[in-house]
Ligand binder design. Structure first.
Ligand code: KIV
Length: 296
């Protein structure tokens, strides 16, 4: 992988300092975030100039084939965060706190956030919702760990929300969403994800907050954007949320490559001489002589 030119004026080599995100908001520079779940993907995101990598619990659906993010475990996120932090040098790595890892108490939330930072190597953690999560966020920040909030469509509690649907579409719901975001900021969150909310609500929330907002399905006026790796790179056929833009069709490219490999294995066209190890001629002759005397 070759070194890429700086993606923006204030580019720095080495780990992006966390306070730089709020400076980027102040300067009007967009923050680029993407999910990743393993070391090679993290390396590619780093090489592409991504600012923040989220080790999302979306992994439960896009990597592990589950129907929702609810069953994802803390151990899974810890493992994936270890892989991602080995691959990503400059981007901040934020680990999602999976459902069940922070709901019970502030102590539980702190213990698990510490594990994500200490064993996983994360630079910070993300948790979903306002309400009781505000207190959890405050407790984790109090323990010295950066926290990213997440409001709007919160997949861990999609059942309560009536499914994977846009949120904040009435004046009351929009006001509640903005209030939750403000409460999370007041609790010390360094940034807030806004998922599947009307652009007008995301714009007002972004203007009301001093910390940066990262949108997914929240229009163009948030301080940054996040997309899920497998969605944006086209690993799937079939339905994708309307906010997904596919920047590549890697699923098709992979099926094509595997199909050509299968054809060549079956026809004997692969492997060729260049993929094969040779041995010194005299060693081969000696080996063949041994083999033929053994066969007699
Ligand atoms: O888990 C995830 O990937 C997320 C993003 C969609 C923000 O929470």
């Amino acid at each position: 992988m070759t070194d890429k030119p700086p993606r923006y004026a204030s580019w720095t080599a080495g780990k992006l300092p966390l306070p730089e995100l709020v400076e980027m908001k102040r300067r009007g520079e967009k923050i680029v975030m993407v999910t990743a779940y393993d070391a090679p993907s993290a390396r590619l995101a780093d090489a592409a100039g991504v600012d923040v990598i989220l080790v999302g619990d979306s992994s439960g659906m896009v990597v592990h084939g589950r129907e929702s993010t609810v069953p994802v475990t803390l151990d899974e996120i810890v493992f994936m965060t270890q892989w991602v932090t080995r691959g990503a040098k400059r981007p901040l790595v934020i680990a999602d706190m999976p459902f069940g890892s922070y709901e019970v108490s502030n102590e539980q939330a702190i213990e698990h956030a510490v594990r994500l930072v200490k064993s996983g190597g994360a630079d910070g953690v993300k948790l979903e919702r306002g309400g009781t999560s505000v207190d959890r966020a405050r407790a984790i920040v109090g323990a010295g760990i950066p926290v990213m909030g997440h409001v709007g469509l919160t997949p861990q509690t999609a059942t309560v929300l009536g499914g994977f649907k846009a949120q904040g579409r009435t004046a009351d719901r929009a006001q509640q969403l903005l209030d939750d975001a403000l409460a999370l900021q007041e609790a010390g969150c360094f940034s807030i994800v806004l998922e599947a909310v009307p652009a007008a609500v995301a714009r007002a929330t972004t203007q009301a907050l001093a910390v940066p907002t990262i949108g997914i399905g929240a229009g163009a006026d948030t301080d940054g954007q996040v997309l899920v790796w497998h969605d944006m790179l086209g690993f799937y056929e079939g339905h994708a949320p309307r906010f997904v833009k596919r920047y590549a069709e890697l699923g098709e490219a992979i099926v094509d490559a595997l199909g050509r490999y299968a054809d060549e294995v079956r026809s004997g066209a692969f492997p060729e001489a260049q993929h094969t190890y040779a041995m010194p001629e005299e060693e081969r002759e000696a080996f063949e002589a041994k083999e033929s005397s053994r066969a007699r």
